[in-house]
Design a protein around this ligand. Sequence first.
Ligand SMILES: Cc1ncc(COP(=O)(O)O)c(C=O)c1O
Length: 385
Amino acid sequence: MIPFLDLNKINTRFKTEFQDVFQQFLDSGYYILGNRLQEFEDAFANYCGTKHCIGVANGLEALRLILEGYKVQGKIKEGDEVIVAANTYIATILAIKQAGLNPVLAEAETATYGFDISLLEDALTPKSKAIMPVHLYGQITNMDAVNAFAKANHLLVIEDAAQGHGAKFILKAPNPKHQIPKSAFDKTQNLFKAGNLGDAAGFSFYPTKNLGALGDGGAVTTNDDALAETIRKLRNYGTTTKYVNDLPGFNSRLDELQAALLNIKLKQLDQDNNKRQEIAKIYLTQLSNPKVILPIVPHFDAHVFHLFVVRVTDRDKFMNYMNENGVGTLIHYPIAPHRQKGLSELNHLSFPVTEMIHTTVVSIPISPVMTDEEVRQVVELVNSY
Ligand SMILES: Cc1ncc(COP(=O)(O)O)c(C=O)c1O
């Protein structure tokens, strides 16, 4: 059996380090908002190339707190609109709603599964204040086009980077709001990491993510000092000085234990992403079944293969076949957000490309702990379908 994702195998690699850090954590008697969180925030900001990282409870909260932060600053007000990818996980849209704003969905393209840039104009109204691209499956959306559209229309750019830890994009037109990349190679190539491609970004550390905690976790990255300070307050009842509450904030903190575990795993992230890209290269060159449509990947830097997603017309049959032959598959995601009962106010909308994607996509196994033999077996099985 080749499981879709073996989380135990992923995390067992760090067993000794986890045990050591847990012992230190237990001995410290300090569980929330301490040095371990600070260390992780510094390390993750450094990794993304941003000035700030603020650890929060999960990815949904990261996105919501960015919007709440802009509300505090007066840049967005209740009832304003946020243009968001129609083709996303429901959390992106719920974050907008929970911040008291109106999501306006924009259609996808099949090349990156992100925005169809040519259709963004259709979503624009005088109430549009922000745009939320999603780096779905680990592939960066066309951020030059998104940033240009945002600039022309005075929109804030909020990346949903929940699936994109470590993905890089060549920004043709970086501006002062993007921190210059630190590595000499990235600098000459103009390669900017997810989280440093707009005004602010939300990350998720849900256990299955490329950088996953052993529980819930999330983070905001930004180069905006004032926004970072506001979100730092908002995540902790509106306070940074104990019992002095400047804002009517929330409780949305990344705890010390998760931060300590993430700090250990962060050191392995680039290697893990490289392994995912290696497997993806094998799939892209060796999968040759005409019934299985492969993703389009012009730049490997821009894709960290959180998921390897193919499209198959007769999806149930394909999944049954894979399952009967011992290979786990999943669907990301079976129902488009605007078709969900939980978003009934959007049910009247039609996004044919997004709907086609949701009815045909299947994710096949990809992970840093797959063996060469397992990858070979998946290739053989898909090709003989
Ligand atoms: C694209 C996307 N956005 C947001 C989220 C929300 O993250 P979390 O589950 O940590 O709240 C997720 C993951 O679940 C996601 O995949």
